[in-house]
Design a protein around this ligand. Structure first.
Ligand SMILES: Cc1cc2nc3c(=O)[nH]c(=O)nc-3n(C[C@H](O)[C@H](O)[C@H](O)COP(=O)(O)O)c2cc1C
Length: 185
C-alpha cells in the first residue's frame, strides 16, 4: 500500500468514533474559472485510489465536474491534527454507467439519507411555510443519484503534531510509482 494511503487508513482508524472525520471539502472550478467549495461525506476508497462520494446530478458540482474534472479535496482530522490535500480527477458514475455499483451505495443509505434525494430539485426556490414532500420510492435508485469517484493524483500531507511539524508531498513518478518528498512545512 502507498505510504499516504497507509497514513490515511491510520487517520480514519484513529478517528473512527468521530463521524465528522468523514467529512471533507471538495473544491471544483466553475465555468467562469471561479472556485466552488462544499462539504461532502467520504463513502470509501477504491483499489486504484479513488475517494468515493455520493451526490446528485442536479447540483452545480455535477456540471462543474463534467466540464472540468480537475478537483481538490481538503480533509482535516481534528483529533490527529492532520491535513490531507488531494489533487484529484473526478468521474461521475450514474446508474446508466454502473447500475450495480451505484445501487450498492443507494442501499447503504438510511431512509433519512434517501429522502434528501427525493424532495425536489436542489437549489430551486421553495415555500418555507410548506413541508417538503418526498416524491419517489426508496426501493428505486433515482436517476439523479450518482457516485463521484475522485482519483487521487497527488497528495500534500501536513501533520501539526510535533515540533517541527511534518509535511510530505506524494506524487506519481515517471514509471507510475508513488514518490514521497519531505518538505519544509
Ligand atoms: C456535513 C455535510 C455533509 C454533506 N455531504 C454531502 C455529500 O456527501 N454529497 C453531496 O452532494 N452533498 C453533501 N453536502 C451538501 C453540500 O455541501 C452542498 O451544499 C450541496 O451538495 C450543493 O452543492 P453544490 O451546489 O456546490 O453542487 C453535505 C453538507 C454537509 C454540511
Amino acid at each position: 500500500m502507498t505510504l499516504w494511503r497507509q497514513q490515511l487508513t491510520k487517520s480514519l482508524h484513529q478517528t473512527r468514533n468521530t463521524p465528522e472525520s468523514r467529512y471533507f471539502q471538495l473544491a471544483t472550478c466553475d465555468a467562469n474559472g471561479l472556485p466552488q467549495c462544499r462539504t461532502v461525506v467520504f463513502r470509501g476508497m477504491t483499489d486504484d485510489h479513488a475517494l468515493e462520494v455520493i451526490s446528485d446530478t442536479r447540483t452545480s458540482k455535477y456540471l462543474e465536474m463534467s466540464q472540468q474534472p480537475d478537483v481538490q479535496v481538503c480533509w482535516y482530522f481534528a483529533k490527529t491534527r492532520e491535513q490531507y490535500r488531494f489533487t484529484a480527477t473526478a468521474d461521475i458514475i450514474t446508474s446508466s454507467d454502473d447500475a450495480k455499483r451505484v445501487a450498492s451505495h443507494w442501499q447503504k443509505l438510511s431512509d433519512a439519507g434517501k429522502k434528501q434525494f427525493l424532495w425536489g430539485e436542489p437549489d430551486t426556490v421553495r415555500d418555507p411555510t410548506l413541508p417538503l414532500v418526498v416524491d419517489g420510492d426508496f426501493s428505486n435508485v433515482p436517476a439523479h443519484f450518482c457516485l463521484l469517484s475522485l482519483t487521487v493524483k497527488a497528495v500534500d500531507y501536513l501533520n501539526l503534531r510535533g515540533n517541527p511539524q511534518l509535511r510530505e508531498k506524494h506524487a506519481i513518478g515517471a514509471n507510475g510509482e508513488w514518490l514521497t518528498t519531505s518538505v519544509i512545512p
